[in-house]
Design a protein around this ligand. Structure first.
Ligand code: SF4
Length: 249
């Protein structure tokens, strides 16, 4: 990928299925590649030869373009949708994979896109050095805290903390995927980490949701985890991946 073009998986219009902006309509720009390999990941890990571009927002009339996709093409697509369908999108989700791996490209792309809509960055919350270079061009940050029981990673706490210290200057919330093996100490450590920066930052407990929208974790266990986190934080919500219920991407 050169500085003015991006390796993408897809660009489309849909509802945000997770977190605080759940249900709002967004333009999704999904970057390929990630610096992690979480156990529950359902994203294609490798670069794909083609990117799927939606022609009409929300109609799934995709066509293929070869990667990498030029920045100009993305900006023209978003500006065209804004002209043709004014007001339907709340913001642009920059997602992945891990989009911060493309931080140099994002320095060029985000200011151009932000001319049309606010920028919502979805990230695994590790690459704080790269975030620092982009914060001025971002409106919302959705960052993960990866739990050992669901992601398989045990040593990301320090990186998450440094990331959240930076992201806290924006409209930021923390999302963590919980599962049947998640233990109380993981919820406590997550809540303590967030509270040490700002106890008003929302924490979303996201029960692992399979591709058909099924959640295995019991309601009682979810409520127990919420009670545990609420001892440290003002706003703890339980939100599954809702877009899977209606068969959306
Ligand atoms: S951070 Fe996200 S995209 Fe990367 S491996 Fe984990 S779940 Fe997949």
């Amino acid at each position: 990928m050169n500085k003015s073009s991006a390796d993408l998986i897809e660009v489309f219009s849909s509802i945000q299925g997770e977190g605080l902006l759940v249900g709002l309509r967004q333009v999704f720009i999904r970057f390929s590649g990630c610096n992690l390999t979480c156990s529950y990941c359902d994203t294609e890990p490798d670069r794909t030869q083609y990117c799927q571009l939606e022609s009409t927002p929300g109609r799934r009339d995709f066509f293929q373009v070869e990667n990498p996709v030029p920045v100009d093409r993305l900006v023209n697509l978003v500006s065209g949708w804004q002209r043709g369908w004014p007001g339907i999108h709340h913001s642009i989700s920059i997602t992945g994979g891990e989009p911060l791996l493309c931080h140099q490209l994002l320095q060029e792309l985000l200011p151009a896109l932000r001319h049309y809509l606010p920028i919502y960055l979805e990230t695994n919350g590790i690459l704080h050095g790269q975030l620092a270079q982009l914060l001025d061009h971002v409106d919302y940050v959705s960052m993960d805290i990866k739990l050992p029981s669901t992601s398989g990673y045990t040593d990301l706490w320090q990186a998450h903390e440094e990331f959240l210290r930076l992201a806290a200057s924006k409209k930021t919330y923390v999302k963590t995927v919980i599962g049947t093996d998640t233990e109380d100490w993981e919820i406590i450590r997550t809540a303590e980490l967030v509270a040490a920066i700002d106890s008003r930052i929302p924490l979303i407990l996201q029960p692992f949701t399979d591709l058909k929208g099924r959640v295995n974790l019991s309601a009682i266990r979810m409520l127990e985890m919420q009670e545990t986190a609420n001892r440290y934080l003002q706003e703890v919500r339980i939100i599954p991946q809702t877009h899977k219920f209606i068969g959306q991407l």
